[in-house]
Design a binder for this molecule. Structure first.
Ligand code: B12
Ligand code: SF4
Length: 463
């Protein structure tokens, strides 16, 4: 029995495509979900994982599979359905799973043979059994998995072509920020994998650099943090010789022992969601957590950096509180906090989030001709109507934020401070130049986007 597991490409992710900028090689990440599915698949299945982000293969020239499994983020869902329709035309059944299939079940059910919602660990072997007996059901629900059931991902199946390996050590997030799908999909209960599994899986990864995909690396409660420390100790003891980056909340900065252990275990960078430069903005997105204990963000960032760990900051533009000038303000605040890199995204109503419900009820979703418009749900385009910012206005805010934060003078200042603190000046320089050289690509993409937006709204007026 032959199984293809496919990660569809997203043409709009070309904004960070390798062609346009060779540094973007560092932004092509492994589809860990398909490697986990492969780990759940019994040996009688011969598996190939196809990652279209590395190039779309000639499917005609490939041997006919018995089953195809496709994953998709919302922004990839149209391409996922094109791939599905290619194989369905050949009479090959197609199963789709992942975040978009779960959040837009009815839409996806019409476009594939079978849909798996939720996490796959508890259900995928049954799906495969049904496929073997030609009795696939239209829908399956995996719910939330037991972390003991998460298999070691099949890192051997996607061996070449990536700068980073990938691993997951926890699932779920108790914080439930309004714009984020994680709590809706993976639940509010913070679930941690057995430490021995994490260490064994790390040992099976060939890449020297690894992305830990967890949404919230250390969790929020003392028992989460105690377990994170145990995990870092075990990783250090195992002498993994890996450098890894991860996503964490700002409380990562609050415990010197935790930071020292993370660094010893190989942590070289963390992405932290600051979201908004103002307390009002944080309240608006439901991230009060960042405000606890009268936090001093600059001191927190500095504490992390002292352990030789780079800090990437993430912010959002388009909150109700955001007025003209927000772009420069974010660049200024991020520089004051002292982050090594900045990633700013447009507030985007992803299906299944609290923000989606809110914007739908207010009629604020501007690009809402689905499924076509999903391709712009990459968080790099403003798909909604924003309270104080027009379409042109919000694009200008993003451009001025990026130009300001990634101006040559600011980059040099950051690299200098990096050098001075004996951290990682070269990585900081490469990272910053990579962002900077994407600015031109972004501006081009905005021109096309505005054309698309104008056509879409003319069509609506005419109809
Ligand atoms: C790592 C990651 C990335 C990596 C890409 C990894 C990759 N190639 O898969 C990078 C950094 C590139 C990335 C980019 C983006 N990401 Co991202 N990312 C994640 C993150 C943090 C972890 C994903 C992961 O590996 N999870 C571990 C695996 C094991 O879990 P899983 O994917 O859920 O898979 C399980 C089930 O879903 C299911 N399953 C999945 N696929 C399939 C397929 C079949 C056939 C079956 C049966 C089951 C199944 O089985 C798996 C095992 O249980 C998630 C958050 C999250 N917790 O999922 C966000 C997340 C998926 N990303 C998100 C977004 C929005 C993006 C971007 C669009 C925006 C951005 N600028 O960040 C981009 C663009 C990507 C694109 N191609 O369009 C959103 C997606 C929401 C949505 N509705 O689409 C998430 C949920 C985060 C959030 N804040 O809401 N991302
Ligand atoms: S944005 Fe981060 S902190 Fe907020 S719910 Fe999502 S994963 Fe949790």
């Amino acid at each position: 029995m032959r199984l293809y597991l496919i990660n569809p490409s997203n043409p709009l992710v070309s904004i960070v495509k390798v062609k346009g900028n060779r540094w973007n090689r560092y932004r092509v990440w492994k589809p860990l979900n398909l490697m986990v599915l492969a780990g759940l698949t019994p040996p009688e299945w011969e598996i190939a994982i196809v990652d279209e982000n590395l190039g779309v293969p000639d499917y005609q020239a490939m041997p006919r599979p018995d089953l195809v499994g496709v994953t998709a983020f919302t922004s990839q869902s149209n391409r996922a359905c094109e791939v599905a329709s290619h194989f369905r035309n050949l009479g090959v059944p197609v199963v789709m799973g992942g975040i978009h299939a779960t959040m837009c079940l009815d839409e996806v059910t019409e476009r594939v043979d079978s849909v798996v919602t939720g996490e796959a660990e508890g259900i995928w072997p049954h799906v495969l059994e049904d496929a073997r007996h030609h009795s696939l059901k239209r829908r399956y629900d995996g719910g939330l998995a037991e972390m003991n059931d998460v298999p070691l991902a099949r890192h051997d199946l996607l061996a070449a072509g990536y700068a980073f390996g990938a691993i997951q050590t926890t699932r779920g997030c108790p914080l439930n920020c309004s714009f984020c799908s994680v709590t809706a999909f993976n639940g509010a209960k913070y679930r941690q994998r057995p430490i021995a599994d994490v260490v064994r899986e790390f040992q099976s990864i060939r890449e020297k650099h690894v992305l830990v995909v967890d949404d919230n690396l250390i969790g929020t409660r003392p028992e989460h943090i105690a377990r994170a420390k145990d995990m870092f100790r075990a990783m250090a003891q195992a002498k993994l010789r890996k450098k890894w980056i991860a996503q964490a909340t700002i409380n990562f900065a609050d415990d010197e022992e935790l930071l020292a252990l993370a660094a010893k275990a190989g942590c070289s960078g963390v992405f932290i969601g600051f979201e908004s430069p103002t307390p009002e903005g944080l309240l608006e997105v439901g991230k009060k957590f960042n405000l606890l204990k009268g936090r001093d963000f600059r001191a927190s960032v500095r504490r992390i950096q002292r352990h030789n760990i780079l800090v990437g900051g993430s912010f959002i533009i388009g909150l109700d509180i955001d007025e003209p000038g927000i772009g420069k303000r974010i660049a200024e605040v991020a520089s004051q906090y002292g982050v090594d890199s900045l990633n700013v995204l447009f507030l985007t109503p992803l299906p299944g989030t609290r923000l989606w419900d809110q914007m739908t009820s207010q009629g604020h979703i501007a690009l809402d001709t689905f499924p076509e418009d999903w391709k712009y749900y990459t968080l790099t385009f403003p798909v909604a109507q924003y309270k104080h910012l027009s379409l042109d206005g919000i694009l200008q805010e993003m451009i001025s934020c990026d130009r300001d934060f990634y101006s040559m003078s600011r980059i040099l200042r950051r690299v200098w401070s990096n050098l001075w603190q004996y951290r990682k000046p070269l990585i900081a320089l490469v990272g910053n130049l990579s962002y900077r050289s994407n600015l031109r690509l972004n501006c081009k993409a905005y021109v096309d986007f505005k054309r698309y937006w104008a056509n879409r709204h003319n069509c609506i007026k005419q109809s």
